[in-house]
Design a protein around this ligand. Structure first.
Ligand code: NDP
Length: 524
């Protein structure tokens, strides 16, 4: 078995020129990928080989031999050149109809849910009972309210933080700094809204504004993503995300990108590629204005905090309509507040999620964070306002138990991994069994992460079930979140597996053998 620790490369340009550089095993370089995918190994002669690097299928010419056999058995010396990587551009073009469809389908689904939640039949499948006109969707007051909300969250983000955390190391070896004050923002928002309500702010009127608010947020997300895309066109290669850069299609560009250690001045900026694809996925990894990080800000603040205040407004309106909020409405509000409070309390752990370390910031995340989360995640509370459901105490207690079990697994798994990643010798994780990897990091193979490969997703899904159950079983609509979230997590799990396989190679394969189930023990 070949474990590549350090690779010495000579990269040949099309015109025959050469550049040399070093690359560590942790980087997702094509030569390392070739070694990990078993298409070449120590002592192999100079030959063409086909490898897969992310979504890129490429053909490289590579020769690999041992560098200092006696001293560093894992070390390799390589020579390589790109012969062809044209399939990447074909892949990207093939993806763009799907991406274009998503640009329309995501907002359309959100408006469909908003409309059917308030309609009599509340059918998840089938058309809504009416389609609103532009005069019902467009409201300058809603746009103003959205901007006030965003400005408030920006101001709270800029307040002094109890802690400033460093993110993971970037391609250029730097680390970004992030304020950890999301929970503080939630509490201060609650205080301000509480003061506003006691001074006569009609929070209960918010549900009537949901459609125009969602419309204003969708428009804003489109314009915001366009600005992000334009900003990213001038971003240096080192600032780009692994996806969302379809301009990176020529052989040399891919080589430069993945080697990282080589500097080729003429290719320091990747040219624009398929603009729809890049607009959707996001070209730049961490777009910032000074120290203000747009992706980090959007990830947990305006949308997530907005979601709990939409829920609260729905609860207040239910109380105004029916004298008091129903038990089902209380449960949905309490469960989802706990979820948002938890995300903000453990805000620092977002810095190691795929969204922050891997995904570019484009329409997918901007629309998802700003519009999709507050307007579709509040679907159960919206449904309950228009379709009250009786809920007895025994059933309520059973649902609470399901929520507690889900939360216990979710929090236990996330905290165990975060503690382990921060300090593997922490007494709470020091006794756990691990698998070493070539990168120097270890993989947990007992505890929560020995049960399934994504125990945190399992807990999250159990909690999602607990959010839907208070809405009864007469309609499918309140279970939309559970269905959508299952699809999202299955897809996310597959993406994460691919990345981990690239990162950890055979160690990851060994982990998969030891822990065969992905999310649900003995089922999946
Ligand atoms: P995870 O927190 O599951 O992190 C995956 C990473 O964990 C891997 O890339 C790897 O990174 C590390 N890892 C995997 N296996 C092991 C192991 N055995 N030992 C040690 N480290 C391991 O990823 P997500 O960002 O997808 O999820 C974070 C949370 O957010 C989850 O609880 C999820 O349910 C939730 N979530 C919620 C969403 C919502 O809309 N409500 C949407 C998406 C996620 P490395 O080795 O580099 O550390």
């Amino acid at each position: 078995m070949v474990r590549a620790r350090r690779l010495l490369g000579i990269w040949r340009q099309k015109d025959g020129g050469c550049a040399g550089g070093r690359m560590s095993a942790g980087k997702d370089g094509p030569v390392l990928a070739a070694v990990q995918q078993g298409v070449c190994g120590v002592g192999d002669s100079w030959k063409s080989r086909r490898i897969v690097l992310g979504r890129t299928k490429m053909e490289i010419k590579v020769g690999v031999w041992r560098r200092e056999p006696a001293k560093q058995a894992g070390d390799l010396r390589c020579l390589w050149t790109w012969e062809s990587s044209g399939e990447r551009s074909r892949d990207t073009v093939a993806l763009s109809p799907g991406v274009t469809a998503m640009l329309v389908l995501l907002p359309a689904t959100m408006f469909h849910l908003l409309l059917v939640a308030r309609s009599g039949p509340a059918r998840l499948l089938g058309p809504p009972t009416y389609l609103p006109g532009l005069e019902e969707l467009w409201s300058p007051q809603a746009l103003l309210l959205l901007f006030i909300w965003l400005a408030l969250q920006v101001a709270l983000y800029l307040l002094p933080a109890r802690k400033v955390a460093e993110g993971l190391e970037l391609k250029d070896k730097s680390r970004l700094r992030y304020p950890i004050n999301g929970f503080q923002a939630l509490v201060l928002t609650a205080l301000l809204v509480g003061l506003g309500v006691s001074a006569g702010l009609p929070l209960g009127a918010l549900p009537e504004m949901l459609l125009p608010l969602a419309f204003a947020t969708t428009l804003t997300s489109f314009i915001f993503s366009l600005l992000l895309y334009m900003k990213a066109l001038a971003a240096p290669v080192s600032a780009l995300a692994p996806g969302g850069n379809s301009g990176e299609k020529g052989p040399n560009e891919v080589g430069v990108r993945h080697m990282g250690c080589l500097t080729v001045p003429s290719l320091s900026v990747i040219p624009p590629g398929n603009c729809i694809y890049d607009f959707f996925l996001g070209r730049e990894l961490n777009p910032r204005l000074g120290s203000f990080d747009f992706k980090y800000f959007c990830e947990l603040r305006p949308g997530l905090i907005g979601w709990v205040f939409i829920n609260l407004a729905l609860l207040i309106q239910e109380a105004e309509l029916r004298g008091s909020p129903s038990l089902a409405m209380w449960l949905v509000n309490a469960f989802q507040l706990l979820y948002v409070g938890d995300a903000l309390w453990y805000e620092e752990s977002v810095l190691t999620t795929m969204d922050i370390i891997h995904d570019g910031f484009g329409f997918m995340l901007a629309f998802g964070d700003l519009a999709w989360v507050p307007f579709t995640y509040s679907l159960q509370a919206q449904f309950l306002l228009y379709h009250p459901q009786p809920l007895g105490l025994p059933m309520a207690l059973l649902i609470c138990l399901i929520k507690v079990i889900g939360y216990y697994i979710f929090r236990g798994a996330n905290s165990q991994k975060n503690t382990f990643r921060k300090n593997p010798s922490d007494p709470s994780v020091a006794g756990l069994e691990t698998i070493p990897t070539a990168t120097g990091r270890q993989l947990l193979v007992s505890g929560w992460w020995g049960m399934v490969r994504h125990p945190n997703y399992l807990g999250d899904l159990i909690m999602a079930l607990a959010w839907s159950l208070p809405c009864g079983v007469s309609h499918l609509l309140p279970y939309f979140y559970l269905l959508y979230f299952t699809a999202l997590l299955v897809h996310r799990e597959a993406r994460d597996e691919q990345q981990c396989l690239r990162k950890y190679g055979r160690a990851w394969q060994e982990y998969c053998k030891r822990v065969p189930y992905r999310i649900i023990p003995y089922v999946y």
